[in-house]
Design a protein around this ligand. Structure first.
Ligand SMILES: [Zn+2]
Length: 125
């Protein structure tokens, strides 16, 4: 499953940035034309996170980005459906100028606040 391996590498990145703390939530941005299916990502999430003790209770927060193209005829960006060809939905001018929608990225990682009180160091925020 494509989405499972994507999530596994996302979690690996998150874990390496969490410095041993428990991860509480992960924010992902998925574009409409990224080739990644949001429903498949959601379905694969429990399987992916189960392999990482640090991530076992983390919530997955997905931000879906629609695809937009820049139309030189209209001189503006228009949102296109993920199944639309690369044409302007308003004036039908062909445009390959995709401005958003191919994203698949890890946006942010929330980690559990240090509950380990073994030292008296104040949190730095
Ligand atoms: Zn147009």
């Amino acid at each position: 499953m494509h989405e499972l391996s994507l999530l596994t590498s996302v979690i690996e990145t998150a874990v390496s940035n969490a410095h041993g703390r428990e991860i509480t939530a992960i924010g992902l941005t998925i574009g409409a034309r990224s080739g990644v299916i949001v429903e498949a990502v959601q379905a694969a999430w429990p399987i992916a996170q189960a392999s990482f003790p640090q991530c076992m209770h983390a919530e997955l927060v997905i931000t879906f980005l629609p695809a937009t193209v820049y139309c030189p005829q209209c001189a503006t960006c228009h949102e296109i459906d993920e199944f639309f060809a690369l044409v302007c939905p308003v004036c039908a001018t062909p445009t390959a100028d995709l401005r958003s929608g191919t994203e698949f990225r890890l946006e942010w990682v929330d980690v559990h606040a240090d509950s380990d009180c073994s030292d008296s160091k104040a949190p730095d925020h």
